[in-house]
Design a protein around this ligand. Sequence first.
Ligand code: ASP
Ligand code: MG
Length: 402
Amino acid sequence: MRTIVQKFGGSSVADPSLIKNVAQRVVHTKDEGNRVVVVVSALGDTTDELLDLVHKITDHPGEREIDMLLSTGEQVSIALLAMAINKLGYSAISFTGFQAGIYTDDAHSKARILKIDPQRVRQELDQDKIVVVAGFQGITESGEIATLGRGGSDTTAVALAAALKADLCEIYTDVDGVYTADPRVVPSAVKLDSISYDEMLELASLGALVLQPRAVEFAKNYAVPLSIRSSFNDYEGTLVGEVESVENCRPVSGIAHDLNVAKIGIFDVPDCPGMARKIFLTLANEKINVDMIIQGWVRDDRNDIVFTVTRGDLERALPVVEAIVKEIGASGFVYNDQVAKVSIVGAGMVTNPGVAADMFKVLAREGINIEMISTSEIKVSCIIQEDQSIKAVNALHAEFIK
Ligand code: ASP
Ligand code: MG
């Protein structure tokens, strides 16, 4: 008998009729002879609404209480979905993260899953029940509720699938799968039938917000096959799997763009050991996530270091950078938040020389100036002016995907 974990996001359970629709889908999977575990997010925009409530009460809510509050969103969903499944004449039981044996570290609001002990889940599956688990939450060693970061239900689903050695983890959402580019920006974007974990990881963390990046990481590490598909139709979604199992000769599988970027440059950093350490350790200690980092050729014992952060972190980053500049004796710093990151991603890039050059050719032809470049084995990213990003993504899509 196959075990399938199905995850439904907030938009798939936004109201009672959608919850009933999900229940139908779940029992259909059960009828096909599968053991079914369902992970659900909070209804619609509940999590945002709960956060709005917090801000009406206080500016200093305390992270423990925030997690206490946010975790209620998913608890509403599991109870209602279990009821909807039971109403159809099947037997379902709902579990909180704790009841499902999901243990996390104590980093409230961005906790990591440390281990899963799915004993109760297994017992109920053995009793032929459908098990409905609250996404996005777990329990710390000291018995506190912790949440996994926005979009964390994806990670719950994949982690549970890994712990249960499930045959498939289906992520149901409001899009039909993973597209070659954001269809709202590139009208000719098409859905991919399959994609490798690495490509998905790049696309997920490059602003193609179909899946929490950490969930993809988990899926890759535990070789959990993922299917990303819509809860509103029956189209086959996109299969995310090992490179061997996916068609893997495309140099470029997708184009991503991310507007949530700001760049910061520090000028004339002294060329001696420990400078980069100083800059990035200080930023890390302030919990500022740094993405692209570029350091070039040294001239006159001085060097410029340029990097990017999210726009949300920029305001906190600037005073930190200002202090660092003084401390290390750099000559100054600049920043710009009117930029965007456009990236081409493809596992076949490794074996196809000239892909980066083709990207630069396209951008040049469109008259788009490249401000920063960074590459990995399977991607090339460029920072450009924000107002040129739509033009860039469309031109790159036309060149590489057609
Ligand atoms: N409800 C949480 C959020 O909105 C978790 C999730 O949807 O995956 O971020
Ligand atoms: Mg949500």
